[in-house]
Ligand binder design. Structure first.
Ligand SMILES: Cc1cc2nc3c(=O)[nH]c(=O)nc-3n(C[C@H](O)[C@H](O)[C@H](O)COP(=O)(O)OP(=O)(O)OC[C@H]3O[C@@H](n4cnc5c(N)ncnc54)[C@H](O)[C@@H]3O)c2cc1C
Length: 306
């Protein structure tokens, strides 16, 4: 049963006015198209608006979570008891002095940014051509693909914490494989923007590399709604291989299916609820543990009231 909200809705309305939407369904804001309602949703359209919104919520002691592209999380069917801040801050600025770089607000769509970089004939972000989600989500989770990752691209991230604003380098972000100080919960904050390093390149070869990456992705990963890789690759192994060898390709609970194309992708066969995906996650973890003694760790985050 869904709990009733404990949020000070009237006070929030007084502060955020029409920007506050109550009982907002979250499924449309996720790549898997799954998830119940948030008690309240506030959209930020610039880094400044994002900073002000988060500061006010901290002052009011109102719990919130930040949603970028919703491509690395599973929202529960009961939804979120608190505020969801939807990040749509998308401004982008290029600097092409001695060495080019790009500064982007954290709600910029990362794959679009990769395309804009390529269109200018710069190299450095080809790896991000097919990574869904926002720049902020990629900075938070150290997104990576095809030999590149955020740890290698980030000059600094503009981060807002309760103490104020600071610029954190990749070293200060404490990056590891798909993790950071923020993802590990060691630093509470919100990424407002990021500056990424680029190089002068040759436009045609940059575009050719991006086409190659896109083709490779299409031939190895399933199309359609998903959350990307469900589990992190365990040290020296691949989660997809373990799931496949455990005979789990094609396994399903309700409409949630372990993809027959790539076992580390969970896809939907029609309208799917989060409880079925969670039950399939549990089944996959139990089966792999039983057969190979390996505890698979989630790459995605479970969000909301379970
Ligand atoms: C089909 C598919 C393929 C994928 N392939 C890859 C891949 O190749 N490599 C890879 O690394 N990932 C991949 N992913 C996962 C996903 O694209 C990345 O993790 C992405 O960086 C998440 O960004 P997002 O904006 O969607 O984050 P969300 O899912 O919205 O959020 C994820 C977490 O980041 C936090 N967060 C988001 N923005 C901010 C911010 N501005 N400040 C603070 N915290 C923030 C959220 O609160 C949440 O905890 C794939 C996903 C899909 C669906």
């Amino acid at each position: 049963m869904r709990m009733t909200t404990t949020l000070p809705i009237d006070a929030l309305h007084a502060v955020f006015g029409e920007r506050l939407e109550t009982d907002a369904l979250l499924a449309p804001f996720t790549s898997a198209r799954i998830g119940g309602p948030a008690d309240a949703l506030i959209t930020a359209h610039s880094a400044e608006e994002l900073a002000k919104t988060v500061s006010r919520l901290w002052e009011m002691s109102v719990p919130f979570i930040l949603l970028g592209g919703g491509s690395n999380l599973l929202v529960s069917d009961k939804g979120v008891r608190g505020v969801v801040v939807l990040n749509r801050a998308k401004a982008v600025q290029f600097t092409d002095e001695a060495r080019p770089r790009v500064w982007a607000e954290s709600g910029a769509v990362f794959s679009n940014l990769s395309n804009r970089v390529a269109a200018r004939g710069y190299t450095g972000l080809e790896w991000a051509a097919t990574v869904p989600g926002t720049v902020g989500g990629a900075v938070y989770g150290n997104a990576g693909a095809f030999g590149g990752d955020m740890a290698g691209s980030l000059r600094y991230a503009d981060v807002l914490t309760r103490q104020g604003r600071e610029q954190l380098t990749a070293a200060q972000m404490g990056y590891g494989y798909r993790t950071s100080v923020m993802k590990r919960g060691e630093l509470e904050g919100v990424i407002l923007a990021a500056e990424l390093r680029l190089d002068f390149g040759e436009k045609e070869s940059v575009l050719a590399r991006m086409r190659e990456i896109t083709e490779q992705r299409k031939s190895t990963q399933p199309p359609g709604a998903s959350m990307g890789s469900m589990f992190k690759n365990p040290e020296g192994n691949y989660a997809g291989r373990l799931l496949e060898e455990a005979g789990l390709k094609g396994a399903h609970i309700g409409n949630a299916v372990i993809s027959p194309v790539h076992a580390n992708f969970f896809v939907s066969n029609g309208e799917t609820n989060a409880a079925d995906v969670k039950a399939l996650i549990d089944l996959a973890q139990e089966t792999v543990k039983e057969k190979f003694g390996v505890q698979l760790e989630l790459e995605i985050e479970l969000v909301g009231e379970w």
